[in-house]
Design a protein around this ligand. Structure first.
Ligand SMILES: [Zn+2]
Length: 214
């Protein structure tokens, strides 16, 4: 499979690091917009890979350098160790989707993602452990991050890329109640997805804070 490296991002740390996790995202905008954001030094965001709806893979940051995809992040690993700042040790893969809680991923995207994960496993053997792949929502759900979301098929990923291993639990952060509310908005015409995604992040963030207090 061909990987396009014509869109290298200036947003990365130049120090070489060992990657021990993969973090999955949805872009929340089109491929064109995603690449534009990644190429803009002012945006201060990037990811190692973007996979378009047609399955084309774009490599925007070298795999041994930190890309800026996770932001403030935290997760308790299998040994209950709190891991923070996932940019320092994780490969970020973005799947083009306006919102993975509302729309399916394409079969081409799954095929390319599985190919890419297997390729990365040959580069970093630690990544053969199914505990080493997470969604952005699992490490930054407290900030309202909800990607890759409800429609992402974790079962298929674990079956194909982590054969004969017990998969960890990877659930979408969105509740069925909130999901229904946003699904009903899809009936409207001319949806502003930027506004919809911002509103969703805000709702999830408020819910998280409420659950902390209550
Ligand atoms: Zn994300």
């Amino acid at each position: 499979m061909l990987i396009n490296s014509d869109y290298l991002s200036p947003n990365f740390n130049n120090k070489e690091v060992d990657m021990s996790f993969i973090v999955l995202h949805y872009t929340a905008c089109s491929l064109k917009e995603t690449l534009k954001i990644f190429l803009d030094p002012k945006s201060k965001v990037s990811a190692h890979f973007v996979i378009d709806v047609d399955g084309k893979i774009y490599n925007c940051v070298e795999i041994n350098k930190s890309a800026w995809h996770s932001g403030q992040s935290c997760f308790s690993d299998t040994q209950n160790k709190d891991l923070k700042n996932f940019n320092d040790f994780s490969i970020g893969i973005e799947l083009v989707n306006l919102n993975g809680n509302l729309f399916n991923y394409s079969e081409h995207q799954y095929d390319s993602l599985f190919y890419l994960v297997k390729y990365l496993q040959t580069k970093y053997p630690l990544l053969k452990d199914p505990n080493k792949i997470l969604g952005h929502e699992h490490i930054a759900g407290f900030r309202g991050k909800a990607d890759p979301g409800y429609f992402f098929d974790w079962k298929k990923l674990f079956a194909i890329c982590y054969e004969n291993q017990t998969p960890p639990i990877r659930k979408p952060i969105i509740s069925s109640e909130i999901l229904k509310k946003y699904q009903s908005q899809l009936k409207q015409k001319d949806i502003n997805f930027k506004a919809l995604n911002q509103s969703l992040e805000k709702t999830l963030n408020q819910n998280y804070n409420k659950s902390k207090v209550g």
